[in-house]
Design a protein around this ligand. Structure first.
Ligand code: FDA
Length: 392
């Protein structure tokens, strides 16, 4: 039995678990890293189109969603994007900035997984992969985990099993089951960074499937200037994925289809191109099919010279904040991440330790901290994993 005793058991060999295990191991802790997947870092491997958008130069606490917007500050400030870049550089992994501060490997995401594996080896982390966790217990200050036909134990247990997004990649909600079992609250998880679906009258926009445009999307106070894409189910593209994290059923989102235009541009177009129609004017700055669909809905047939100024001002207003009423999302099957999760109120922001259960920690996507699209979620995985790894 004694040989199955560790200083810490880390459940989940994703980005957060690997970083946590490597950090604790390199501090001399005996760490066991468990996963039901046969290999670590599956989401890292497929991330960023196979090149892993591993961090973002614009990391700032306000780019993360959480019931407590201050919670992520401590871990993010103690392990920054620059710290991860320094690690990547130490391994000679070439990278580039794609757009909006997003950093990708020049080569392959596998380089990041290999790097983290090597970091774990440097900490003599033992990995036990490819078998389900069948039981987790806690008594006399020890956590006991049944996995792969044996029971292992340690005074510290780290929940690093992520959220339920993309079950076919091995994602489960075990983090929430464990948290609840240990008396921690869970903020209702919902799919985020996910395409939105349209129904009813708005479903007609699905005929634009494949059309994309540079827009600004808005929901409440959140706004993102990126590309939106019409799909056969509704709306996608980075601008929509970003705003989806802020969207709740029943809420509308607004799309500004002409974010570069100054107010009054349609009245100016009436002066400059009086013989053109609205569709032709729109088509100067957006794909023809989108221009046609929007013009049809604006219902201003004929030359723009024949339109009343008031009607043109109203059309301009609508084009700058076109309301869509999604009837849902494409769900966890398509969501890049999960909003919600283990409530931060029950955790220390410095160590990620549960306040009421000594030795229990939660890190990464399992926790109610969700980043924007663009490398923010991995930075949270690295930073929170590191914070727990330094505390164990
Ligand atoms: P993660 O989900 O990575 O790891 C959890 C681990 O726990 C997995 O290895 C899983 O097998 C294991 N596990 C789950 N249930 C278990 C159980 N019952 N028993 C045992 N083990 C269990 N982010 C970003 O910053 N840049 C990017 O480029 C991308 N790209 C991207 C693409 C796609 C398609 C997806 C789905 C997601 C992204 N993300 C991303 C998000 C990013 O992948 C995500 O935020 C992190 O992987 C979260 O890391 P964690 O370690 O917390 O969980």
């Amino acid at each position: 039995m004694a040989k199955h005793i560790y200083d810490a058991i880390v459940l989940g060999a994703g980005g957060a678990g690997l970083m946590c295990a490597a950090t604790a191991g390199q501090r001399g802790r005996r760490v066991l890293l468990l996963d039901h997947a046969a290999a670590p870092g599956r989401k890292i491997l497929i991330s960023g189109g196979g090149r892993c958008n591993f961090t973002n130069l614009g990391v700032a606490p306000e780019r993360f969603l959480s019931a407590n917007p201050h919670f992520a500050k401590s871990a993010l400030s103690r392990y920054s994007a620059q710290d991860f870049i320094a690690l990547v550089d130490r391994y000679g992994i070439a990278w580039h900035e794609k757009t909006l501060g997003q950093l990708f490997c020049d080569g392959s995401a596998k380089q990041i997984v290999d790097m983290l594996r090597t970091e774990c080896e440097a900490g003599a982390v033992e990995m036990a992969l490819g078998a389900p966790v069948t039981d987790v217990g806690h008594a006399d200050g020890m956590f006991r985990v049944a996995h792969g036909g044996r029971t292992v134990q340690a005074p510290a247990l780290v929940i690093a099993t992520g959220g339920p997004s993309i079950p076919k990649l091995g994602a489960t909600g075990i983090a929430y089951d464990l948290a609840r079992r240990f008396g921690l609250r869970v903020i209702e998880p919902r799919p985020a960074l996910v395409p939105l679906t349209l129904s009813g009258e708005e479903a007609l926009f699905r005929s634009l499937s494949g059309v994309s445009a540079a827009v600004v999307t808005r929901c409440g106070k959140a706004a993102f200037r990126e590309a939106a894409l019409f799909t056969h189910r509704g709306l996608s593209g980075p601008a929509i994925l970003q705003i989806s994290s802020y969207w709740y059923p029943g809420k509308a989102i607004g799309i500004d289809f002409l974010p570069e235009r100054e107010p009054g541009w349609l009245l100016a177009a009436k002066r400059d191109r009086p013989r053109a129609n609205v569709q032709q004017i729109l088509a100067a700055t957006m794909p023809d099919r989108l221009a046609a669909a929007l013009a049809e809905r604006l219902n201003l047939p004929g030359k723009v010279a024949d339109q009343r100024d008031r009607a043109l001002a109203a059309a301009e207003q609508r084009l700058s904040d076109w309301p869509f009423h999604p009837n849902g999302t494409e769900g966890f099957a398509k969501a890049e991440v999960t909003v919600g999760g283990i409530a931060t109120a029950g955790l220390s922001s410095r160590t990620m330790a549960a306040r009421t259960v000594p030795g229990l920690y939660a890190v990464g996507e399992a926790v109610d901290v969700t980043g924007w699209l663009g490398g923010y979620n991995f930075q949270w995985a690295w930073a929170s994993g590191r914070a727990a790894g330094e505390a164990i």
